[in-house]
Design a protein around this ligand. Structure first.
Ligand SMILES: [Zn+2]
Length: 147
């Protein structure tokens, strides 16, 4: 049975990693990362999901140090601390992913969610969304577009 971190998001989907599976690496979060994952789900993903009104797909959230290294992630990546998720819509069209991105930015601007960063990754292929946490410099709702 899946463990809920919030109404619509589970522990399993937040720690799922094809890379970990393929390479036989552990992707179990430590207590601090698990706490960040819960805050990410409860404070950001859940309100966004409710307002979006449809399921949101989590491509990747937590990455253990070994998994982060294997995928070539930045050493201080927020994923490494359970503080970031790469999300997309169920249709996964750039148009719909752009709408989800715009909704997140709007909610952040209106104070409905507080993020560290909201990033359009490569023309809305997915949306990176993160929260502030103890192990990275704080940013307030920084919005970026990666090309
Ligand atoms: Zn990301």
């Amino acid at each position: 049975m899946a463990i809920k971190l919030s109404e619509h998001f589970t522990y399993e989907e937040m720690v799922a990693s094809a890379t970990a599976k393929r390479l036989g690496l552990s992707n179990a979060p430590d207590a601090k990362s698990l706490d960040n994952l819960k805050r990410l789900c409860q404070d950001v993903l859940e309100p966004l999901r409710v307002k979006w009104g449809r399921p949101i797909v989590v491509n990747s959230a937590y990455r253990s140090p070994a998994v982060n290294k294997a995928v070539g992630g930045a050493k201080n990546s927020d994923h490494r601390f359970g503080a970031a998720a790469d999300i997309r819509t169920t249709t996964n069209t750039r148009e719909d992913n752009r709408k989800l991105f715009n909704l997140a930015v709007r909610m952040a601007n209106e104070g409905e969610i507080e993020c560290r960063q909201i990033i359009d990754e490569y023309g809305y292929q997915w949306v990176h969304i993160s929260i502030n946490h103890a192990d990275n410099s704080a940013k307030i709702n920084q919005v970026l577009h990666l090309k």
